[in-house]
Every structure is written in C-alpha cells, then in structure tokens.
Design a protein around this ligand. Structure first.
Ligand code: ADP
Ligand code: ZN
Length: 814
C-alpha cells in the first residue's frame, strides 16, 4: 500500500452525498491546502474536487491519491467551509455542488478526452476506405486534420460517436486516446506599463522620445497602450528606450473595471435623529459578535445612508462589509452610492459581469483588496474572511430565493453566514417579509424602525379607483381611468415624471379565438400564450415557446383572434395614444434582455429624457428618482390570483414599494391605485401604507392554516415528460412518506403530509408536474423525515424518467 504524507477530505463537484478521502503524495504535500481545487480519480474519470481539510485515513481500503493541485492559492478562505457545510446540510444538496455553485463560473477544469489518428491508422484507412462503415469513414477523415476532442468528434452536438467504434479503432491501432486537461476559459488580463528607467536621458533625444519620457515622468507609470494612443510610434520607441535603460517596461495585473462611468465622490450626510439612533445601536454592536437586526424603514427614509455610515465604521475597525441587493438594476444604484463614498474599496459580484470580470472581483475580495462587496444573491458566497457587517437590502424580495439548482434563500443564509462569522447582519426593507417580521416579534431579530421619510417628506397620497365601475369604458380608457388620466395630465404639465406599473409584460395576455372562444395556448405548458406586438409573436412566459402572428385558431382554423388581457406593451401603446407628445419608455424583461439595458433606461429616466415609464415589478423596487411625482398602478390584482399562500404578502409588498417611488424629491407624490378588489385587505393596507395592519391580518391567516413562518415546509417537486411516470412516482413517494410517518411517533406528531397533487400549472416546458408538501412546526423532525424518505426510496430520486427535487422553504408553489 502506498504511503502518503497525509490524507485530506475532498468534496467533488458531482451529485454525490458524501466527501472522499484522498492521499497526498510527498511531492504535493506542501501545495495541498483547504480551499484549493485538486484533481482526483473518481471511478474511471478524473474530476475536480475541493480540499476541505486534513483527515484521518479511514479504514484499511486502498486510498487513491491526489493527482494534482489546480490552484496556486485557495479559492475561498477555509473559514467558509463550515458555511458551505451548513448550506449543504440544510438544503440537502451535495457539498461539492454547493461549493461549485458558490464559485464564479469558468473556474472548473474539465477533463476532456482527445482522440488522434496514428500514421498507420491514416494509411490503413485509405486502403480499406470502401470497407469502412460510413461513420468510421467520417471519423477517420475528420482526424486527418489533427487531434479532436471526443466530444466534438461527431461534428454535431446532437450526435455521439459510439464508444464501441472508438474502442474498435483503438484496438486496431488506428487511433489513440489522450486525456488532456483543458483549463477554464478565464484568464488574467495583463497590461504592459512603462516607468522611468535607471539611465539619465541623453541631451540628443528626439522630440517624440522626449515627449514620451515626460508623460511617463509626470504620471510615474503609464500603460503602453495609452501612450500608443497619444504617440503612434510609442510601442517601437519604448522598446528601443527600454534597451537603453531609459524606461522600464513591465506587465501588471489589471482588474477589468465593471463600473461604467466615473462617479464623483460625495460626503456623508448628517443623519437625522431616527437614522442616527439606528446607526448608533447597530454601530455599537459591530465587532462584538453575531447580532441580527431587522431594519424596517419606510420608503425614502434614508436606510441606504444608514448603511453607508455603518460601513464606514466597519471599515475603520478593519473588517469588511457585504451588501446584498436583490437585482442588478439596484446594484448599480447601490454601487454608485458606495463608490461615491468608498471609491476603489468597492467590489461587485453579479451575473451581469463577464466571467473574467467576476473572476477578477473574486480575487480582489479574496486578496482583501475590497472592504465593501456589493452583489446579488450569489454574493452571499463572496470569499470574505473578515466580514463585520452583512446587509441584506430589500430583504422581502423573492428574487433572493430564485435559483436553478441549489435552491437557497440568500437572505436566510446571509444570517447564517453572519452567525458563523460572528458578524452583525441587518435585514432592511420598507415592507419586511412576514417571515422576518415574525422572527423579530419572537425575538430572533432585533427590530429597528425609521418611521419618517428624510426631511419629513410626506408619503405619497394614495387614491383607490374601483375598476368595476369603469367596466363599460372602451379601449385605453378602460385601464387608464379618468382619475389616472387627469393626474397624468397634471404631472406631465408640470414636467414631472410618471411611473405606470403593471405586473405583466407583453401586449395581451389572453388571446382568444372570436369564433370558438378558445384561448391560444402553449404547446408545451398549461398556460395561454401572451401576444407580444413588438416582437410579432405569441409567446409562452414559462418556456419561451412562440407562435408566429398571424396564427390560425388551433381549433377552428383561420379566424379572428381577439387580444384580451393586458400587458405593459398595451399600456405603453395607450399612453402614446393619449399623450402623443410624451416620451414613453418601457422596462420589463422584454426590453432589458441586452446587457446594460436596465441601466440605460434608468439613466435616461434620471436625465429627464423620459416622461412616462411603464414597467413590471422591475420598476417597483427601491429606485430613487426624485422627479417621479405620480405612480399609477394599472391593475393591482394580478399578483393576488397567484396560487401561493404568499400571494397577499407579495401584493402588499409590490403595491407599497411601487407607491414608495412617488414623491421622493421636493414635490409631493401621488399614487392612483386601480383595482377590481378595493376591499381586499392587502390592497386596503397598501393604500393606507399601513404595514402593521397588513401584518396583523396576514399572520392571523398563517397561524390559522399553520403556514410559514409559523411552520416550515419542504416541498417535493416531481416532474416528467411522461404523464403516467410523473403520477406513478408522485404516488409512490406519497406512499413511502405515509408509511414512514406511520412508523414513528415523533413524525406523527410533527410532520404533516399534503399531497401528492398535480401542480396548479400541470405542465411546463413539456414536463408534467406534481408536488407534495411536508409541513411541520419544527424544522428538525421535518428534515430528519425527508432524509428518511430519500434513504428509504433512493430509486424514486434517481428515476430515469422522473425528476424529484427537494425544495426546502419553497417559494412560488404553483
Ligand atoms: P431608502 O434607502 O430608505 O429608500 P435613501 O437612503 O435612498 O432611502 O434616501 C432617500 C434620499 O434621501 C436619498 O436621495 C438620500 O441621498 C437622501 N438622504 C438620506 N439621508 C439623508 C439625510 N440625513 N439628509 C439629507 N438627505 C438624506
Ligand atoms: Zn410554454
């Protein structure tokens, strides 16, 4: 048996539930470190793993060895390992995959097989060409031009060369396989710089050379590229001057700058008494261990200014700050304000960066070059090792929970991270989630409040318009009611800006055939298509399926399609029709697919180049535009019909947030809230901007039905392209769950099983969907139960045709 200098625990980035022990050979002993990636054998493959730490050699079986160490320095501070482990445990997700999704993309080395033809093979193939199978001919022909990755050998992504054929050709000695490591795509960007050399300039120097020298001298160092822009011959001259020792040329590591334009620095504002009280209380806790706060401050109350003051204090203590913001558009705003205060000390992390940029930011944080990190949900994994303060802004926002594979809630794990780092955490919102508010009331969070807007600006005045009363109105008048129309006229007349909010994009969400009355539906989902006028298509908002326009009615052939239902495009058209002179812009997912488009729209709004902005919930969130004095909510009810127990909460938050966009400058704001259900408590509470009233009713419902935050839920999401298979697995899983529950008293007492039932949208993207909820007041037995279920029926979780996903604390249960 091989002897190793030590053994380490490694998590591989594969869906495996355990970590593995590997031996460290003498030659690698000094370079293996927690937080580094290593190459390890796993079956017949070589895979990337993450070193977690040293471990005892378990058992007497032959331990395999680490093949290579892939990183010169650890990619995350070892202090984060307990956090990764916590996330992996809580969300029941393999540790290696947790770490992989935490790291910026482009870092994973892929083990790729390359195939090359031997000279004998090429010669033999020529001779026997006519006897070869068509595929063998093709393979040998393609290999003529050099080695090819096995993956690319078939020439088309949807085709594979059978392993048997490769084996056969290899056995004949015609080709050989080679395992070659392909590095990640990300590379450091280096730039050449010139600085003064050690030789004095001779008096005979040419003018161009003299000019270059004086520029370098003035700036101490200059990028050669920049010099070339000023003096076209500079690269050549500099090379010559370097030989003479007049200048020194060297390469420097450049951080790709994610920031668009220069930001003028600003000075801290003097906090008002409410802000100061909050800053004093939180400030006093910094550096003294874990302390969680909920900061509930009305819209425009100056929460961000408080964050800035706290950040200064943290930085002065020598610690760093992590700020989470729910989406990219808001990051740019937060980033501006932090950059204005802290300049280069700010790093940002979000999906809008290229992988190279993200990698650079990652390294800056890791190297402690950034004292402030601002980012979207995944930045909760930023590689800080000395966080003193974690801020989760707009903590109620549901995008903290969205995600593809690892379904974590960034807000929740931010609190955990703070706890594990002995840091202070502040969850801030004007409309706190019911979850956080409940936690504050039961003492898990300390509640702080800012009740007044900055400079005692009044909250906007809200007028509720009952849409049932304007039902006979036609065309645009039906959703831009006279009250809203008049208010728009008044605002635009004073050169003020108007925001119109509708939580649905497209032109018409309910296209129906005028002869048979059938709606135009998606071919792959149980949902109607939305008509998009600009794109000229009917589109599915769940899977992206489109039908061209014009389309026949699927039931009765050529027919007139009536465009019922409303979307932002229709509102935009209505505004243009009613106010021909107004400059109208629209912000929703359709207008913001291109990188930077959100920022562009927001910039033109800031500059005053837009009079009316129409948008979806993208415009409802935290933006600060002082010249918006009127907000029109076109139809407040859309989010209420969502089949989710949080529908009322989401509606309240959206309405209160969008109302908060009005009147943030010197002119007072006004909100016109149009609704079919003016008596719904979420809408009444939003109209009164009365969070307490809303919370009281809502928590009553949650208690009565034992829904979160009073209880916890773990959801099984079951889906398959085959209807019968989905049902079968769902029902078997239900059977297993009930059996296990029946077998233990604790489960009978603490675990409730709801379902399985078909999901409310029964099919999305061709997959038939079922779900089952496991609910209980205590999380520990719940999680133990789910583990018991997955251990008892592993086959159901690894079914070839059915996907079963475990979602802990699910959102969007549709
Ligand atoms: P919030 O984050 O609560 O929505 P902001 O921090 O964006 O509020 O503050 C709203 C506006 O008031 C901003 O333009 C901000 O610069 C300004 N502001 C904040 N605090 C003060 C203060 N103490 N004095 C003057 N202006 C302030
Ligand atoms: Zn679809």
């Amino acid at each position: 048996m091989t002897t190793y200098s030590c053994h380490v625990d490694v998590a591989v980035a594969l869906p495996l539930d355990q970590t593995y022990t590997y031996g460290v050979p003498e030659s690698l002993a000094s370079s293996v470190m927690p937080g580094k990636r290593v190459l390890v054998p796993m079956g017949r493959r070589r895979v990337t793993g993450y070193v977690l730490g040293e471990t005892d050699c378990r058992g007497a079986y032959a331990v395999k060895r680490i093949l290579d160490v892939l990183d010169p320095v650890p990619l995350f501070p070892p202090g984060m390992i307990p956090f990764f482990k916590w996330v992996s445990e809580y969300y029941m997700h393999p540790l290696g995959e947790v770490i992989q999704s935490a790291l910026p993309g482009g870092l994973n080395v892929v083990d790729l097989v390359t195939v090359a033809a031997t000279p004998e093979g090429l010669a033999a193939a020529d001779v026997e060409f006519t006897h070869l199978s068509p595929l063998a001919r093709e393979v040998m022909t393609r290999l003529r031009s050099g080695p090819i990755r096995l993956r690319d050998l078939a020439g088309r992504a949807d085709r594979r060369v059978p392993a048997a054929l490769i084996q056969d050709l290899e056995d004949r000695g015609w080709l050989c396989r080679e395992r070659r490591l392909q590095g990640g795509a990300t590379r450091l960007r280096m730039e050449r710089f010139a600085a003064m050399g050690d030789q004095p300039a001779p008096p005979s120097l040419s003018r161009a050379r003299r000019e270059i020298l004086s520029m370098i001298e003035a700036r101490r160092e200059m990028p050669v590229g920049e010099l070339a822009g000023l003096v076209p011959t500079a690269p050549r001259l500099i090379r010559a001057m370097a030989d003479q020792g007049l200048v020194r040329v060297y390469e420097k590591r450049m951080y790709r700058d994610p920031f668009g334009e220069p930001i003028p620095p600003d000075e801290p504002r003097v906090l008002n008494s409410e802000q100061a009280a909050v800053a004093a209380e939180v400030g006093a806790a910094i550096g003294k261990g874990f302390c969680p706060y909920l900061l509930a401050g009305v819209t425009g109350s100056g929460k961000t200014e408080v964050y800035l003051h706290l950040a200064r204090k943290v930085i002065e203590t020598g610690l760093s700050v992590l700020v989470l913001v729910p989406e990219i558009a808001l990051i740019s705003q937060m980033e501006r304000r932090f950059r204005a205060r802290f300049g280069d000390a700010v790093a940002v992390l979000h999906s809008g960066l290229s992988s190279g940029e993200r990698y650079d930011q990652w390294l800056r944080i890791l190297n402690r070059e950034a004292a402030v990190v601002i980012g979207a949900r995944s930045a909760v994994f930023a590689p800080l090792d000395n966080a003193g303060l974690i801020i989760v802004d707009e903590e109620h926002d549901t995008s903290y929970k969205q995600g593809a594979d690892l379904l974590y809630n960034a807000r929740d794990i931010a609190v955990v991270r703070a706890k594990l780092s002995a840091a202070v955490v502040v969850l801030g919102s004007a409309t706190p989630s019911v979850h956080s508010c409940y936690n504050a009331r039961i003492g898990k969070l300390k509640e702080l409040r800012i009740r007044k807007r900055v400079e005692s600006r009044p909250l906007a005045e809200i007028t509720v318009v009952d849409l049932k009363k304007v039902q006979d109105a036609r065309g645009a008048r039906r959703y831009i009611t006279p009250v809203l129309h008049d208010a728009m006229k008044a605002a635009l007349g004073k050169n003020e800006q108007v925001l119109l909010f509708l939580n649905r994009r497209g032109f018409a969400s309910f296209p129906v055939c005028s002869s048979c009355g059938n709606a135009i539906r998606c071919a792959h989902c149980d949902i109607t298509l939305t008509y998009h006028r600009l794109a000229g298509v009917y589109r599915c908002h769940y899977c992206g399926y489109t039908r061209p326009v014009p389309s026949d009615c699927p039931a009765c052939g050529p027919s007139h399609i009536k465009l019922l239902g409303l979307g932002t495009e229709k509102v935009e058209a209505a505004v243009t029709a009613l106010f021909p002179g107004a400059r109208v812009a629209r912000m929703d997912r359709d207008t913001t697919t291109r990188k930077g488009s959100v920022v562009r729209i927001l910039k033109s709004l800031r500059k005053g180049a837009v009079d009316v902005l129409v948008g979806t919930q993208m415009v409802a969130k935290g933006h600060d535009f002082p010249n918006i004095t009127l907000v029109g909510v076109i139809c407040a009810d859309l989010s209420l019909s969502f089949p989710d127990f949080r529908a009322g909460e989401r509606t309240f938050q959206l309405l209160a947030q969008v109302a908060g966009r009005a009147g943030r400058g010197d002119a007072p704001g006004r909100v016109i809230l149009q609704t079919y259900t003016p008596d719904h408590f979420s809408i009444v509470a939003a109209a009164m901007q009365d969070y307490e009233a809303f919370y009281k009713v809502e928590i009553g419902f949650r208690r009565a039905l034992a829904y979160p935050p009073v209880s916890r839920i773990i959801q099984f999401k079951i889906s398959s392209v085959e209807q019968a298979a989905a049902r079968e697995v769902a029902e078997s899983l239900g059977g297993v769950c009930r059996e296990i529950r029946g077998g233990e008293e604790t489960y009978e007492k603490w675990v409730e099983i709801l379902g399985p039932v078909e999901a409310s949208i029964q099919r999305i993207a061709g997959r038939h969907r079922w779900q089952m909820l496991i609910k209980g007041r205590r999380v520990a037995p719940l999680r133990r139960f789910v583990r018991a279920v997955s251990a008892a029926a592993p086959a159901l979780f690894r079914h070839s045709k059915v996907r079963v996903v475990i979602d802990v604390d699910p959102f969007f249960m549709s």
